[in-house]
Design a protein around this ligand. Structure first.
Ligand SMILES: [Zn+2]
Length: 309
């Protein structure tokens, strides 16, 4: 059987798998990014994982899609200057895997890949204007219009994470202060709580634990969650004001916990969306689960090479 090889390259792990034409992961392998070494060695690792997954799934790889941490150039399939994995900067995963497997290969930013997956096989099905936002160790976003990925000038991926929410806010990796990512990503939430004078100390504090503490009645954690709902709501309200999409789909590790507060987030959005029909915008959680990135990576191939025009 023919299927698509999918590669998800993240700052902490690399996954490679086989995805069928209905978006099901038939087999997969994963490895920590840190141990992958320089690019030629990482390429060998990815190729091996793909071949093993193909053997497990008893499938023939007909094409390969990659979703990766960036920045990257989706049109050439090359990494640009990677902050997270500097030694891979300038490498060409798309060309290298195309040569290795003798198939067509496409690469997109991981949030764009996730958006494509959700738009076709997940919570965004049948929505023509869709914004996908992933909140975890960072914030990512992808915009889909009528089944196609929105690209900016020179193929650029819009950086929704770097909309400034509070000019006096915490410093951001981009050089500005108070970006959405600096305020609302998981580490931003942890930083706020850990630096609060009333904080009692929890050495293994993570966003997920803050949610657990809040559910267990910890008042400071409850305030951290309220703060998070506020910043998520403001950032999403900005996106809805700018794009008036049919749907906003929310994924990522923080959203797994934040999902139960979707109504509170929507209330914040209502305050900021008076002039657009927010009540017609579907706000929902991503539905592809832990395999979302891999499924999205497979969709990257379909989007580039197999879409009916
Ligand atoms: Zn920023």
């Amino acid at each position: 059987m023919n299927a698509i090889g999918a590669v998800d390259i993240g700052g902490t792990k690399i996954a490679a798998g086989i995805v069928d034409d209905s978006g099901r992961v038939l087999a997969c392998r994963q490895a920590p990014t840190q141990t992958a070494g320089p690019w030629p060695q990482a390429l060998t690792l990815i190729a091996t994982m793909l071949r093993e997954a193909a053997r497990d799934a008893d499938a023939n790889i007909a094409g390969i899609g990659i979703g990766s941490t960036g920045p990257l150039d989706p049109l050439t399939g090359k990494f640009q200057n990677l902050d997270t994995i500097p030694q891979w900067s300038g490498a060409s995963p798309a060309d290298d895997l195309a040569r290795e497997f003798n198939v067509s290969v496409a690469m997109e930013n991981d949030a764009d890949a996730g958006a494509l997956g959700e738009a076709t096989w997940g919570a965004g099905r049948n929505k023509s204007r869709l914004i996908y936002v992933t909140v975890g160790t960072g914030i990512g976003g992808g915009i889909i219009l009528d089944g196609h990925l929105y690209r900016g000038v020179d193929g650029a991926h819009p950086e929704v994470a770097h909309q400034v929410i509070d000019v006096n806010g915490p410093p951001c990796s981009c050089g500005l202060r108070g970006c959405w990512e600096a305020l609302a990503c998981g580490p931003g939430m942890v930083k706020w709580m850990a630096s609060h004078p009333e904080y009692k100390g929890d050495p293994g504090l993570t966003a997920r634990r803050i949610y657990e503490h809040a559910m267990a009645g910890d008042p400071l954690a409850a305030r951290a969650v309220e703060r998070e709902n506020f910043y998520l709501g403001i950032g999403l309200a900005n996106l809805v004001n700018l794009f008036t999409p049919d749907a906003v789909i929310l994924g990522g590790s923080v959203m797994k916990s934040a999902g139960v507060f979707l109504n509170d987030i929507r209330k914040v959005m209502q305050q900021g969306c008076r002039f657009v029909p927010l009540d017609k915008v579907d706000l929902s959680l991503a539905s592809l689960g832990d395999d979302a990135n891999l499924i999205g990576a497979a969709r990257v191939w379909h989007h580039r090479f197999a879409q009916p025009q």
